[in-house]
Design a protein around this ligand. Sequence first.
Ligand SMILES: [Fe+2]
Length: 228
Amino acid sequence: MHLQPKQGVQQIQDLPGMMRGEFRGFATSPVAGVRFVERLDALGAIHTPDCAAVIWLRPDEAPLYQWLANLSAVHLPQIREILRSDTIRSAMKRIVADMPDDPERAMFVQSISVLAEKFADVMRAPWLRLRLEVVTGDACRKFHVDNVTARLVCTYRGTGTQYGLAPRGAEPEVVDTVPTGQPIVLRGMRWPTTPPSLLKHRSPPIAGTGETRLLLVLDPILDPEDEV
Ligand SMILES: [Fe+2]
């Protein structure tokens, strides 16, 4: 089915299999598009004009998500490290060493490694800051744009990142949620070109629900000595 753009609405549907990319337009034409891609190789779409974010419609890794969902929270890895991009895979094997030695553990290493390697390639980053966070509260509940050039976020367990368009100082009226396991690359405040992105995101509010999320966050690092 071909969707006709509505008045005042911008659609980006130039890739096959596009699910949806519908957002309110702005008079000043800020960067506001979300692009959905079917192949990991297409993550570089973040460099195209008017692309504020790219979501990879990754083939389902249901056994991995089910395994992670069933694990006790004490087995979920928490880490924050700056790693050379070509050492991500070996680092991941070390990072998951305390997780149960099931076949899904190798899937988890593979899932993050291919993502990190491609993201580093797309951002031409010799280093990456890799974070795995176990989240049970409302951290980053306020809609914001990150103070980085770009960031990859992937929720491996629990509710995914929420996003929407809003002018400066405002909250999005329409909010979407990235499905669990689907990575999103977001332009940040330090993206080198203008105009700025109007796409804001936040962690979903889960405090009091008993939900435990597992979040992967990757930031490109050009020189680790510049990082505190
Ligand atoms: Fe953020």
